[in-house]
Design a protein around this ligand. Sequence first.
Ligand SMILES: [Cu+2]
Length: 662
Amino acid sequence: MMRQLLRTLIITLGLAAPGLALAADQKGPFHPLDALTPDEIAGTVKLLTAAGDADADTVYPAITLKPAAKEAMRAWTPGTPFTRAAFVVLRRNLVTYEALVDLTANKVTSYTPKPNAQPAIMDYEWIKARDNLMADQRFKDAIAKRGLKNVFCTPNSAGAFPGDGLEGKRVLKVPCFTHDEAASPYAARPIEGLMGIVDTDSGEVLSVIDSGITGLPSMPQGYGKSLPQPGPALKPIAIVAPQGSNITLSGNLDVKWANWSMHLRPDKRAGLIVNLVRFNDGAKARDVAYQMNLSEVFVPYMDPNPEWSYRTFLDAGEFGLGYMISSLKPGTDCPEASYFIDLTFPNDVGGTFTRPKALCLFERATGDPGWRHYESGAKRVDGIAQTEMVIRHITTLGNYDYAVDYVFSPQGNITMRVGATGFDAIKSTAAKSLADPAAAEVTKYGSLIAPYTVAPNHEHYFSFRLDLDVDGPKNALVRDTIVPGKIEGSKTRTSLWTVKTDRYAAEGPIAEDHESAGEGWRVINPNEKNGLGETPSYWIDAHHGATAVMDAADPPQRRAGFSAYTLWASRYAEGEDWSAGLYPNLSTKDEGLPAYVAQKRSINNEDLVIWYTMGFRHVPRPEDFPILPTFWHEMTLRPAFFFDRDPSMTFNPGSLPPQGQN
Ligand SMILES: [Cu+2]
């Protein structure tokens, strides 16, 4: 099954059409880091079945590319052969197995039972939990007692709480809503005081918790129902590419823009994986990152009520950021002049599904100067209009939507942004306003964001795994500290500061709070020099350093230790991919980042991986209602001593004719 890069994808620049269309006949694989193709996924299942390791009832939480060794990937050049392999997590007769399948030699390489591992939630389990609860007589009685119609249940991952009697069971916890068909169920009326717990292996409804009736908001809510009169009509503003795109796409999916090149692959768990990020500096393609992806998302709620306190979601490992990816709407989610790309993912039953327009790539003129200067003598402004390339997907996890962006600039910067939108999780309460005597109690753990509606406080932690390779894999991490000093012997100016740079010896958590004054971190390549004789580096320029507040010993925090620190560094090791471990669903101990770095391996002039937690604590506001306006957080990797000068000096976008100017 050796394949070669034989053809290049045909790209249609649909200038007038909404979106730039890609030809749909791509197959591949064209690149060793391409996602497994539908044929390869089918081949994997066939080989496992032929070996007696799977049967028609087997389900597949994961069938994903097992990349060849990193060194081989870095050395690979287009047109040369490559090998392919699949990593599989399967469940057969309610036991979890891991398998490696060699798709080049057509054989199952390994097959190992993992009796205690709980893989991600699968579609059939979600449906089983919902349907079995709704068919349960105890549940029907609880609904009848409340006199409700149009009931909608949406199972949640259950978390793990040792001592609750659910240990070792594969459970989902199921809250329900009642809604008007016209409104989103998530913006409708949560049925407080009622929750089901369903064992998805046996199908048994283990319990129906009914802690009493709470009144519901009197009217159906949601943006579809409660829009006020529209404001003044505004003329549309749009991003256009009148002469076509500067982005080139080839293979499946190799991207080139300005001086940047990279390879993308959709991933059921991570959403999108960005590989082989390089910057053309003159004639040389210089390595910046081997791989960048969102590794885990942790969202714990801060409400002690049993129907809420379990809500401690690990969205990538429990659900899958690619599995839950949503189609993008041209003109709303991305500019119409974007490439919109359909993405194909493995499903749970050994096949695939395709999400149309699941990824967009576009350029945008930001409207800001990339650089400028007013020459007062010549009375002239020199400068360039800033333009950047954005790669975006949006994952919808029940009520929340997360837009994940990778933004590349001509200055050599890479910005990772996460935009949270969709609905705050809400609960019905007895209080219409804070004047109500019940309000003090119901707003203790959240905010009243609409009449009879409280949104509990919670946190969001996005863990990015950033395998930077600054001019190659051998890197080191340094901390720059601002040191206040004195000017000795001066009678006028007396104080200043200097920079002290220290290198880290071993892996571990690095920075609890990245916003601490006077500190900065850089990934350096101690083996290289720029033209000025300086050590090239990329600076981790972060703005959002919130870290988890929960006790380290609290069960949810024990599963998501990555959220306690903004910055981590580990030594690269194959298979160390997931911040909360390979099997975070229902996990009771952290087998992710804290376990990886507990080995205290050297990271000094080694292959280094940076893990960045982009965190924010969410105290909901009425302005988050009826829907949360997209709330962006970001961090930027900036070159420092990497280039000899500003690389955007070589950036030469065509300019548009002036319009309407005097
Ligand atoms: Cu939130």
